[in-house]
Design a protein around this ligand. Structure first.
Ligand code: NAI
Ligand code: MG
Length: 395
């Protein structure tokens, strides 16, 4: 296998801390790659008025695979204030560079695995029969449509004439028409057959490849009839091509309740953009939360791998850092899986599992401590110690 080139996009805050840790692990497992740095995030918004510079898009276009840390975003008004003085009032408008990346490269398939590591003190437990304590083993992969739906960006406050007229033509708009138009805020939820089919098919393909027994469409078709309804009916048709994989459907609200009752019953889950975001966070909470939650954003040409957590600015300047690098390292494993280096990915995941199960080296979140420099004195591992322990298990 020839040497790979991977785009490394640390971003802001703890993104800059955890990404190099993941690269250390990739080096240790023998993944042969060059890493090229790409700029993204708050610094570039402030200095250039663009958190996602064209040169970064060019690098991604050229090299295809990218590890991404996290970015900081702030409300519109704060964003405007922090712009360099020479850029103020020049019409620059802040937008989320990660949403921008998903749209630009059409990264329509988002995967978020939520898998229990044995011995993780953060694992969900529940009361069983006869007052026993049960620790269900969760093994879920959420497929979230990443570019459409409620995050598609088609929205208005005080909608323009043509939009308002179109809305008025819908019989159910009557009650909204009683409000002054300038007091209306409208966010649309648009699904297309093409992308809905792609995400559902990706979910079934994954279930087939890895032997999951069910695919659950998690939406709300009884109320959101058109969009959720489209996903469910496409899933019913596609399911016929996958005998042996059961198609279940749950409503997002009920699913959020059930996931603490019987999470071990679920396998692959597929949802639209917002519900996929919600249900994956819910499942991630059962298996360790933000220190463990990893994700992949996959398009036809480009794929970006990132932890679910943000830039956690309050920990940015702690020296040594205390944040858990596992979510970022697991995201790097997803990259290895994606490019066919599954053995190396499995090896890293096994090393993480060993460290977690052994329980000797634990980041502060795994010790249920409140994050501060003081946690190191209480026995928490620093970010680098956590990584070192994982690397030691690779040997
Ligand atoms: P956050 O995920 O940065 O932090 C929330 C809390 O989770 C932290 O206070 C910390 O206790 C914990 N945490 C996060 N990562 C951790 C790790 N690796 N190990 C241990 N504990 C960890 O979310 P928050 O505070 O809401 O947002 C901070 C900034 O990040 C904001 O500017 C936000 O817009 C941005 N953000 C960016 C995301 C991205 O880049 N994809 C996603 C979420 C938020
Ligand atoms: Mg989220």
């Amino acid at each position: 296998m020839s040497k790979r080139t991977i785009v490394s996009m640390p971003g802001d805050g703890i993104g800059k801390t955890v990404l190099p840790e993941a690269i250390r692990v990739l080096d240790a497992v023998g993944f042969d790659a060059d890493y090229v740095h790409a700029d993204i995030g708050w610094e570039f918004w402030c200095k250039e008025g663009n958190p996602l510079p064209q040169r970064t898009l060019d690098l991604l276009e050229k090299h295809h695979y990218c590890l991404f840390g996290a970015i900081t975003s702030k409300p519109k008004s704060d964003a405007a204030k922090e712009l360099a003085p020479e850029l103020q009032d020049k019409g620059f408008v802040y937008y989320s560079p990660i949403v921008g990346l998903r749209q630009h490269f059409d990264l329509d398939i988002c995967m978020r695995p939520c898998k229990t590591f044995k011995g993780n003190p953060l694992n969900f437990i529940r009361r069983g029969k006869g007052n026993t304590i049960e620790e269900p083993e969760v093994d879920v992969m959420v497929f979230r449509q990443n570019t459409e739906g409620l995050y598609g960006g088609v929205e208005w406050t005080n909608p323009p004439d043509n939009v308002y007229e179109a809305l008025k033509s819908h019989p159910k708009f009557k009650k909204f028409a009683e409000a002054p138009r300038e007091e209306l805020a409208v966010s649309t939820r648009i699904f297309t057959k093409h992308y809905t089919e792609r995400i559902v098919r990706a979910a079934f393909e994954y279930a087939k490849k890895f032997g999951y027994k069910s695919v659950t469409v998690c939406e709300k078709p009884n109320v959101i009839r058109e969009t959720s309804g489209m996903m469910l009916s496409l899933a019913k048709a596609i399911a016929k091509e996958y005998p042996g994989i059961a198609l279940w459907d749950t409503n997002i609200d009920a699913q959020m309740m059930w996931l603490t009752k019987n999470p071990e019953d679920y396998g692959v889950i597929v949802s639209g953009n917002m519900f996929g975001d919600i249900v994956s966070d819910g499942f991630a909470g059962l298996v360790g939360g933000l220190g463990f939650a990893c994700s992949a954003n996959i398009g036809k040409d480009v794929a970006i791998f990132e932890p679910t957590h943000g830039s956690a600015p309050k920990y940015e300047t702690l020296e040594p850092s205390i944040v858990n690098p596992i979510a970022m390292i697991l995201s790097a494993c997803m990259m290895l899986d994606h490019i066919g280096e599954n053995e190396k990915a499995d090896k890293i995941r096994k090393a993480i599992a060993d460290v977690v199960e052994e329980g000797k080296v634990r980041a502060y979140d795994m010790m249920k401590l409140k994050g501060s420099q003081g946690v190191l004195k209480e026995g928490a591992a620093s970010t680098t110690e956590m990584t070192d322990a994982i690397i030691a298990k690779l040997k």
